[in-house]
Design a protein around this ligand. Sequence first.
Ligand code: 13P
Length: 256
Amino acid sequence: MSASSRRPLIAGNWKLHNTVAESVELARAVLHRTPRDAAVDVLVAPVFTALYAVHEAIGDGSVRLAAQDCHFEDRGAFTGEVGPALLKDVGCTFVILGHSERRHVFGELDEAVRRKVAAVLSHGLTPIVCVGEKLEEREADRTEAVVLGQLDAALEGLDAESARGCVIAYEPVWAIGTGRTASPEDAEAVHRAIRARLGERFDGPTAESVRILYGGSVKPANAAALLAQPDIDGALVGGASLDAESFAEIVQAAIA
Ligand code: 13P
């Protein structure tokens, strides 16, 4: 882990998996394996329908609760949506925003991500802002342009204090659910570019304090090498977070 004062964060994105009962069982298993007062933050992001029950099961202890998305309005004629106030009401403290599946499967645009980030911050919740390039963009040498463009758009209008309330997650689209991971060096290069851009947009202390997670086929076998990079402050884990044992090994890699 980096020598910085940034506390590592390991986040489990359960995506569209698990009934309420299965979610509660998995959450309990994660809680059971998460060391108390460890030098790492741990969170899980179940489906919306399981948030309340998972919060009842884990409380406000060493495992925190995140939602996988939200709308930018709190109430009104927005059929099918859930707003940040309601997520806070069921115990969420984090919200994943702009995940590549939201962007590329559901057509979510930068402007919506920006409005969601502002809404989540206004409720005192922590947005986990996801950015990442597609394979064709990497192959065309456009990785930094795409990633920094998404970052700029998501953080547009924020002051430094608000920016310090965000977590960024770099998830190369080609590495998500594919078993292909960015090499630690390639991931670090993008993380460094993100941190540099935070420094330009805001200030040095803000850039140094914001946690930047890596996501995309993070497994127990590759977690330590990724987390050893100075600008990789944690992981956003999909598939491996559905298994409490694998997830616990990744948490351990962040402590070691
Ligand atoms: P996988 O770990 O399954 O590749 O998913 C990564 C991800 O999208 C986390 O948000």
